[in-house]
Ligand binder design. Structure first.
Ligand code: CUA
Length: 354
C-alpha cells in the first residue's frame, strides 16, 4: 500500500535523522559533530563544568546520607526482627535523649548549610564572571514558540539556531559568548545542558547567560519553562564553529540574497508579498519587515524549521507553507489557505533565501 510505504519511508528517514546521518543537503554547521544527548554529566564549557562539579559534590553528600540512613534501617530491621523464642514482652522504653536529639538536629542543619554554600558559591562565580570586552554579544528573545537571535555588533538577525565560535579550555585564551535574554510574551528558559545552566527569559526583564564551548559541534537544548502548547517543540541548536567556520557563516549571513530567477520563484516572491507573509516575516532588502515570526532572510542556511520541529527539506517546507498546523499544532502561524500550485511557488521562492 502506498500509504504504509510512505509511512515506512518517513520512519526510516526519522531514524537516519536521529542518528545524525546526513539525509538532505548540508546546511550551515552540519560538518560538526551532532551532540544530541544533552548531558549535564558531559560538560563542555566553563559554567557547565562548574555546575557539574557542584552537582557531583551534592550527589555524593546525598548518597552518603542515603547509605547511612538505609544502612541503619536495614541493620535495625534485621537485628530487632521477631525471633522464634520471643517472649512477647515489650523491651525497656526510653523517652527523650538530649544527645540523640541534638545529633539529629545539628547534623542535618550542617549538611544543608554545606549544600547552600556549595550552590551559592557556584551561582555567584558564574554570574559574577567578568566578560572580556571582545566577547561575542548576542540578544536572544523568546517567543511562543521560537527563538529570535540578534548579533547587534555584526548586524545579523536569525532564529532558533545560535552560531558561535569555539572557545578554549585555557581561561586566558577563552572567547566566550555573552547572551542577553529577553522575552516577547511569557516566561521561557534557555537551556543547553552541555554549555551552561538554564536561565529564564522573563518579560520586561533582562537576564544574562554566557558560555565558552571547548569543542566544536551542534549542541542541543530545549526551552526549559512551560510556555504553552508547543513548549516541547521550542528546541535549541547551538552551532559551535571553528573560528574560520564562524567567519564563513558571518560572511554568508551578510551576503545579499540573490533575486528570484525562474518564473516559479518570481511567482512565489509575488505571492509572498501579496499574502500576509510579509507582515510577520522579514526578508532583508525587501519591504517584508514583519517581526512576529522568524526572519527569513537566510532561511535556507538553517538546519531546521519551526524551531527544530523538522529538518528543512522540500517536503517539510511544502507541508509548512501549506499548513503549519500539521507539523506544529497550535503554532501562531495560520494556515494561509494557499492552493497547491501557489504553495509550490512560495516554496520555490523560499528556497532562494540563502
Ligand atoms: Cu518557551 Cu517553553
Amino acid at each position: 500500500m502506498p500509504g504504509s510505504l510512505s509511512t515506512f519511508g518517513f520512519k526510516v528517514f526519522l531514524i537516519l535523522w536521529t542518528l545524525g546521518v546526513p539525509v538532505f543537503a548540508a546546511p550551515a554547521g552540519s560538518e560538526y559533530p551532532m551532540r544530541r544527548v544533552a548531558d549535564i554529566f558531559q560538560p563542555l564549557s566553563r559554567p557547565a563544568e562548574m555546575i557539574h562539579e557542584a552537582t557531583v559534590l551534592v550527589l555524593m553528600i546525598c548518597a552518603a546520607v542515603f547509605i547511612v540512613v538505609t544502612g541503619l534501617l536495614v541493620f535495625i530491621v534485621v537485628k530487632f526482627r521477631r525471633r522464634a523464642d520471643d517472649d512477647g514482652q515489650e523491651p525497656p522504653q526510653i523517652y527523650g535523649s538530649t544527645q540523640i536529639e541534638l545529633a539529629w538536629t545539628v547534623i542535618p542543619i550542617l549538611i544543608v548549610v554545606v549544600l547552600i554554600l556549595v550552590a551559592s558559591r557556584t551561582i555567584g562565580e558564574i554570574q559574577n564572571m567578568k566578560m572580556p570586552e571582545d566577547a561575542l554579544k548576542v540578544r536572544v528573545v523568546g517567543h511562543q514558540w521560537w527563538w529570535e537571535i540578534h548579533y547587534p555588533e555584526l548586524g545579523i538577525v536569525t532564529a532558533n539556531e545560535l552560531h558561535i565560535p569555539v572557545s578554549d579550555r585555557d581561561p586566558e585564551k577563552a572567547t566566550p559568548t555573552h547572551l542577553l535574554l529577553q522575552s516577547a510574551d511569557v516566561i521561557h528558559s534557555y537551556w543547553v545542558p552541555q554549555l551552561a545552566g538554564k536561565t529564564d527569559l522573563v518579560p520586561n526583564k533582562d537576564n544574562e547567560l554566557w558560555f565558552d564551548p571547548y569543542e566544536t559541534g551542534v549542541y542541543f537544548g530545549n526551552c526549559a519553562e512551560y510556555c504553552g502548547t508547543q513548549h516541547a517543540n521550542m528546541l535549541i541548536r547551538v552551532i559551535v564553529h571553528t573560528p574560520e567556520g564562524f567567519a564563513r557563516w558571518v560572511a554568508q549571513q551578510k551576503a545579499p540574497v540573490p533575486a528570484p530567477q525562474t518564473l516559479e520563484e518570481i511567482e512565489g516572491h509575488r505571492l509572498f508579498f501579496a499574502n500576509a507573509c510579509m507582515s510577520c516575516h522579514t526578508v532583508d532588502g525587501t519591504v517584508a519587515e514583519g517581526v512576529f515570526g522568524p526572519d527569513l532572510t537566510k532561511l535556507m542556511t538553517r538546519q531546521t524549521l519551526g524551531a527544530g520541529v523538522a529538518p528543512i527539506t522540500d517536503k517539510n517546507l511544502w507541508s509548512w507553507v501549506k499548513d503549519p498546523q500539521v507539523l506544529k499544532v497550535g503554532c501562531l502561524m495560520p494556515d494561509m489557505q494557499l492552493l497547491d500550485p501557489e504553495v509550490d511557488a512560495v516554496v520555490a521562492y523560499l528556497k532562494t533565501l540563502k
